[in-house]
Design a protein around this ligand. Sequence first.
Ligand code: BTN
Length: 305
Amino acid sequence: MKSRILKILRSENKIVSGEELSAALKVSRVSVWKHIQSLQGSGYRIVAGPKGYRLENSPDALFAWEFAERQSNIHYFPETSSTMDIARDLARKGCPHYTIVIAGRQKKGRGRLSRIWLSSEGGLYFTLVLRPDIPAAHASRITFLASVVLAQTLRKLYDIDAKVKWPNDILVGGKKISGMLSEMEAEADMVSFINIGIGVNVNNDPSIKEPVATSLKKLKGKEFLRKELLSVFLDEFENRLNTKSFDDIISQWKQYTMTLNQPVKIVTYRDTYEGIAVDVDENGALILKLENGTLQKVVCGDCFQ
Ligand code: BTN
C-alpha cells in the first residue's frame, strides 16, 4: 500500500485528495490517512491539508516498499548486527532465490578474512541470497559476475573509473569504495545457496578510520541516492544471472581489473605469497609468478598491491 501511495504522490507531483487516493487504491480514506501517518513517521515529508496530500520530500531510506515489485523479497533493518547473519538464517529456512537483506547500519559488519567492515549510516549494506543451479565448484563465478556488474553500475551512474582488485574489491583512484563477501552451502556438490554481501561507501566517510578507503560522497563532493544505486544494480545483476552465460565472466572481469601484470602480496589464512599476478583462471583463482619463477595458484586471499 505504501508503495502505491508513494507512486501516486510522486507521479502527480501536486496535491492529491483523500478521495482520489482512496478510489485509486480501493481502501477507505481512514486507511489512506493511517498509511500517510506511518510514512510521515518514517521520514517522508507529506503535507496534509484540507485539499489533500502532497509529497515534498522522501528520505534516502531503503524500505522494502521503495522497491515495488521486489517488496516481498526485501528485508530492511534500520540497524542490525550483520546482513550476512540474517541472510544465512533466511537461506537455511528456505527463503526464495533473490531474497535481499538490507541494513541502514551494521553493528558487526564483517569483511573477508575475519576483518571488520565499518558500517556507519550513509553506506549501502546488503546481502543477496542466490540459489543458482550450478555446481559448487563454479560458485565463485557468481561473485565475479557481481563485481563486474557493480563496477559497471558505478561507472554508468557516477562516471567514475571503478576498477576491480582481485578478488572482488572495487577501487577508485587506488582507494576502496566497495567490498564483497560470499558464503555458500552445498548439497551433493550442487549449490544450495550463495549469499553475497556487498558494502558500498556512498554517503559515509570510512577514510577517517581507513585511509585507503573512499566513498562516492568524498569523490564527488555531494550525496547520492542509495536506493537508485541498489535498484539499478539489482535489476542488472538479475538480468545477467538469468542469461546463465557464466562462461565469459572472468574475461569481462579482466576488462576492469587493476590486479593483472602487477606485483602483489597475497595473504591467505595460512600463507603469504609475493609475486606477479599473471592470470585469473576460469573459476577466479589468481595465478601468481613467484620470485623463483614457479607458478602458484591462490583460490582465496587478500591482495595488497
Ligand atoms: C571485504 O571487502 O572484506 C568484504 C566486505 C563486505 C561487507 C558487506 S556489508 C553487507 C554484508 N554484511 C556484512 O557484514 N558484510 C557484508
